[in-house]
Design a protein around this ligand. Structure first.
Ligand SMILES: Cc1cc2nc3c(=O)[nH]c(=O)nc-3n(C[C@H](O)[C@H](O)[C@H](O)COP(=O)(O)OP(=O)(O)OC[C@H]3O[C@@H](n4cnc5c(N)ncnc54)[C@H](O)[C@@H]3O)c2cc1C
Length: 433
């Protein structure tokens, strides 16, 4: 079978390896770090004093049921059952009042009607306005030609959404889904989240959370079923050309090559790269001496911290702030102070709890910024070099920078190679709806 080399062991490289390995291609994947998963991974948080070292995710990663390619990739690795799906979204106001968004008996796109009407944190007029705007998304998605040129905020203002509805509903859902603020996000991405996640199918919105550390999803055991795929760790690719890679000063040739590196690394291996801005994400891990909440997760309204995930009996919480530019210059302690101050407002039990330990993970290069006019700059899998195919969440996948986007890029790269090798195959699963 043709020989393929892959640079990068993030989801893009791994999904290409799984698809091509499953089709019998002979695959060698080179990852510069000692573990797989790239930006969606776990690491050992070191022990300090009396603390015990433990494996934590760099940041909570979630998916939705509409992430059909990511779920297919987990199935290929035999880990699909490690994803727990939740049917409820909890919106929490300072003071602790909870509103629950979940589907009722009506078919899509009306499946949220009952729970949406009961949401406490929006006025009746705001709900009517939001419902009208969501129907406009359905109408305008395939008609409007300027959705990559205007920001989502521009579009929401065109639709006369109130500042309160924008802050409490649109911003709350979209900033974490796209990792960009509404005034910097191309409207097409906001449209996509609502079209696929909320309108296409009644179960598409369900939120999946891995019940093991992310790194375990791509552990050694998972790859045993793909005998023709070999992983090489601590093996940084230094050069890519049409014949092969240079790794550790040694040349390795192959029939086909996949570059699945982050875009900012392309120039270092001799490939040209688009110039995107980055958007940061900050994760805050907090361990308390007692249970502070029984909710499995919640989106937190009106404050700095945006999401809470209950990782361990309400004692270990992970908080996430997307597009977290405002936190960039703050110290670890300042961020922890903000997090605890916020949590006290939502979960009164935090006031009496003792904080046992905390980690702050600032990912300054979390994703590319999904800004207006960016889409046309995202390259297709074909690079300027014959036999070299591009993958990564930044390539033109039709999705923003997400795990699903990365897997789509891996599958598209694998299709490109299968085609070039005269063994055409479809790996990509079409979007729901
Ligand atoms: C904090 C944070 C939270 C996120 N939350 C979510 C979420 O909830 N849901 C979601 O869907 N997405 C989320 N994302 C986005 C998601 O993680 C990424 O879109 C996805 O993992 C990108 O995968 P990738 O394979 O394209 O790139 P990467 O994961 O960056 O993979 C590239 C790999 O290449 C390796 N590499 C670099 N240079 C070399 C070299 N020279 N040689 C060999 N290897 C090299 C890197 O070590 C890395 O493993 C989040 C991202 C971050 C950072």
């Amino acid at each position: 079978m043709p020989k393929v080399l892959i640079a990068g062991g993030g989801l893009a490289g791994l999904s290409a390896a799984a698809a091509l390995g499953g089709a019998g291609f002979d695959v060698d994947l080179f990852e510069s770090r000692a573990f797989l998963g790239g930006r969606a991974t776990s690491y050992n948080a070191p022990a300090t004093g009396e603390e015990i070292a433990e494996t934590i995710d760099n940041c909570q990663h979630v998916l939705m049921r509409c992430c059909v390619n990511l779920l297919d990739f987990y199935t290929r690795l035999g880990v699909r059952d490690r994803i727990k799906f939740y049917k409820e979204f909890y919106f929490l106001e300072p003071g602790g009042r909870v509103s629950v968004l979940s589907r009722g008996k009506l078919p899509a796109p009306l499946h949220f009607t009952g729970s949406f009407l009961k949401m406490h944190f929006l006025s009746r007029a705001e709900k009517v306005g939001i419902a009208k705007a969501i129907m406009a998304i359905k109408r305008e998605r395939n008609r409007r030609k300027d959705l990559d040129k205007i920001s989502m905020l521009d579009w929401l203002l065109q639709k006369r959404q109130s500042p309160h509805a924008i802050d409490r509903f649109w911003r709350q859902i979209l900033v974490s889904a796209i990792n960009e603020d509404l005034d910097r996000m191309a409207a097409r991405h906001g449209f996509q989240v609502f079209s696929l996640g909320f309108l296409a199918r009644a179960d598409a919105y369900e939120m999946g959370v891995p019940n093991v550390p992310l790194g375990q999803l791509y552990g050694e055991e998972s790859w045993k079923r793909l005998q023709s795929v070999r992983m090489h760790f601590r093996s940084a690719v230094e050069r890519i050309d049409e014949k092969g890679f240079v790794v550790g000063g040694e040349r390795r040739n192959a029939d086909y090559l996949i570059c699945a590196l982050p875009f900012e690394r392309l120039e270092s291996v001799g490939l040209s790269a688009p110039k995107f801005d980055h958007s940061p994400i900050t994760g805050v891990h907090l361990w308390f001496d007692r249970e502070v909440t029984t909710l499995p997760h919640a989106t937190l309204l009106d404050r700095t911290m945006q999401w809470m995930f209950n990782k361990e009996g309400g004692r270990y919480l992970q908080l996430v702030v997307s597009a977290s530019r405002d936190l960039t210059d703050l110290s670890r302690n300042e961020i922890i102070e903000i997090a605890i101050g916020d949590l006290r407002l939502y979960f009164p039990r935090v006031k009496d709890a003792k904080l046992l330990k905390a980690h702050v993970v600032k990912e300054q290069r979390a994703t590319f910024s999904a800004a207006p006019e960016t889409e046309s700059l995202r390259p297709t899998p074909r690079s300027s070099l014959p036999n070299v195919v591009l993958a990564g969440d930044w390539t033109r996948t039709g999705w923003p920078a997400t795990m699903e986007g990365a897997v789509r890029s891996g599958y598209l790269a694998a299709e490109e190679i299968a085609q070039a090798a005269g063994k055409p195959q479809r790996f990509l699963i079409p979007d729901v709806g």
